[in-house]
Design a protein around this ligand. Structure first.
Ligand SMILES: O=C([O-])CC(=O)C(=O)O
Ligand SMILES: [Mg+2]
Length: 216
């Protein structure tokens, strides 16, 4: 299954595979709260906006609608001054088998995520709540993070290096290419460890052009 194959791949190889087919999927500026965090699964998208004149707004009630195995992608327009995720949400998401949460913004109650080993990826951490400050404006609609459009069902792949969104229609091709890149890179390391020159191993295996755009 595609999600399982993706789970075995580092984001670095998947990113190179996206480069190779000319698709933008890397979400610049997002990082895990802990280097051990890894999350792979179909995106469940959510978007927030600042509260309007009614002042009514809150954080997180959509969680009851998220299926197990999904990766929640929250777009709060990159805001770092108010949270859109916290400890209660972490506890509930972890208990329900949600694969992780990616936030174009910040979260709080970080220690709960670390204790629960629940994978969170964000622009950072901050304690001031989004309650009364943001309102949910879309669930299940495409969101755009740093120019990358993410649709529901795009495969999210996140690890210590950061977060990628792979469009569902390209996922099989991307996984095939990324697996090949991993095999080639292993071959280079083996050849260099066996005493060969790194320069020669890279040349022989075509390292410099693994990620180069190709129509083949
Ligand atoms: O206000 C928030 O960011 C939500 C929060 O603390 C929680 O879910 O525990
Ligand atoms: Mg809290």
């Amino acid at each position: 299954m595609l999600v399982e194959r993706l789970r075995a791949l580092p984001t670095a190889a998947v990113s190179d595979a996206l480069d190779r087919i000319g698709v933008e999927g890397a979400l610049h500026g997002l990082a895990p709260l802990s280097n051990g965090f890894r999350a792979v699964g179909p995106a469940f998208t959510v978007r927030y906006a600042p509260v309007d004149e009614t002042g009514a707004g809150t954080v997180g009630d959509f969680l009851d609608d998220v299926p197990p195995g999904a990766v929640i992608v929250i777009d709060n327009a990159g805001r770092t001054d108010v949270t859109v995720w916290g400890g209660i949400m972490t506890e509930v998401a972890a208990a329900r088998g949600i694969a992780g949460t990616v936030i174009n913004g910040v979260c709080r109650d970080v220690s709960v995520s670390l204790t629960q080993n629940y994978p969170l990826f964000s622009r950072g951490r901050f304690m001031r709540t989004g309650k009364d400050r943001v309102r949910l404006v879309a669930v299940g609609e495409p969101v755009t993070v740093n120019g990358v459009e993410i649709h529901v069902g795009a495969l999210i792949c996140a690890d210590a290096d950061g977060v990628l969104a792979v469009p569902a229609a390209e996922a099989e091709r991307v996984v095939d290419i990324a697996e090949r890149i991993e095999r080639v890179e292993s071959g280079i390391v083996s050849a260099a460890r066996a005493g060969g020159a790194l320069r020669e191993a890279r040349e022989k295996f075509g390292y410099h052009r693994l990620q180069t755009r190709s129509r083949a």
